[in-house]
Ligand binder design. Sequence first.
Ligand SMILES: Cc1cc2nc3c(=O)[nH]c(=O)nc-3n(C[C@H](O)[C@H](O)[C@H](O)COP(=O)(O)O)c2cc1C
Length: 370
Amino acid sequence: MGPMDPLYALARPWLFRMDAEDAHRTILRWAGRASKSRAILAATRAYYRPARDPILECNVFGLRFANPLGLAAGLDKDGEAIDLWAAMGFGFVELGTVTPGDGQPGNEPPRLVRLIEQEAIVNRMGFNNRGAEHLARQLARRRTAIPCGANLGKAKVTPLERAADDYERTLRAVWAVSDYLVINVSSPNTPGLRDLQAVEALAPLLTRARRVERELAALAGRPRRPILLKIAPDLADPDVDAAAELAIETQMDGIIATNTTLRHELVPVKPVIAGGLSGRPLGPRALALVQHLYRRVGKRLPIVGVGGIMSAEDAYARIRAGASLVQIYSGLVYHGPGLIRSILQGLALRLRRDGFTRISEAVGSDGGSH
Ligand SMILES: Cc1cc2nc3c(=O)[nH]c(=O)nc-3n(C[C@H](O)[C@H](O)[C@H](O)COP(=O)(O)O)c2cc1C
């Protein structure tokens, strides 16, 4: 890892002495206020000096990205600090997961635990959020021009057979103000949600999302919005293939791999709560899944790589395996916002070292060599 962000080096021990969810809440409260102040946003940009390098620019599913590194879903579920994430240097931001109406409280605490030695996190938050309409208001208020996605989910109380209604409601609520949409059927903390990844359940859901989106776009006279499918790392290869083929058939624009894993054997300790594991131990599985997906559908379906990316080296490997874009969550918790610049500078350096002139040339460049 590179030298740690000095500001975060001061803050981290203090944050890590707090209960993980209290720390998260504290950070988000600050970040939300900071995001509303032009002076603080300017100071943030001056401190983190977002990487601006043409080699990092890319065009994926019809959107332009100044760089390929995004904030993963779940850190800022309600879109409280969108402009701050942009000021820190992210090339795009994913908000949510949101559920319909006024949202829901999520599971009972404890529901968030750090595994510091492993640079991992276990969470069973259960889609705590203030609802899709609230997120839409936050998105409408943002000043940043970087692409912002809305990650959509199903309320805990909605029966699985009616899941498509929830995705439709949330999609309608955020459509006009988001740059892309994500159908999240891969969080382990909503009972039954991951069953929606099976083709029989997924087909009607994706078909309906695409149809509703197309209607909204036609009505507004605007180009259609990309819709991505986010999948779990715990699917068997045939199920991954089936979901990816279905995504293509139903005209999805990309696939996000991956969400958190239930394979707790990836860490040598027994986490004190059940839930999804993220961070460094997830890296090898998430990388393997990108490699697999790229071989199967890489030419037809852009891949967003997420899971265990903790350094520029990790991000570069994920891109060379086939990811057009990458996202981080746990890496930010362990290394702070300085990681964003460190990843982007390291990426640019590696691209030039290997003779690439654009990031898109590196996507999938070591496919087949495994
Ligand atoms: C506390 C926490 C909450 C999360 N909430 C969501 C969520 O609401 N929706 C979602 O699609 N992914 C969610 N994720 C998963 C992340 O977006 C990401 O896929 C996963 O953490 C792997 O990336 P990482 O290893 O960089 O953390 C959450 C992750 C964490 C740690």
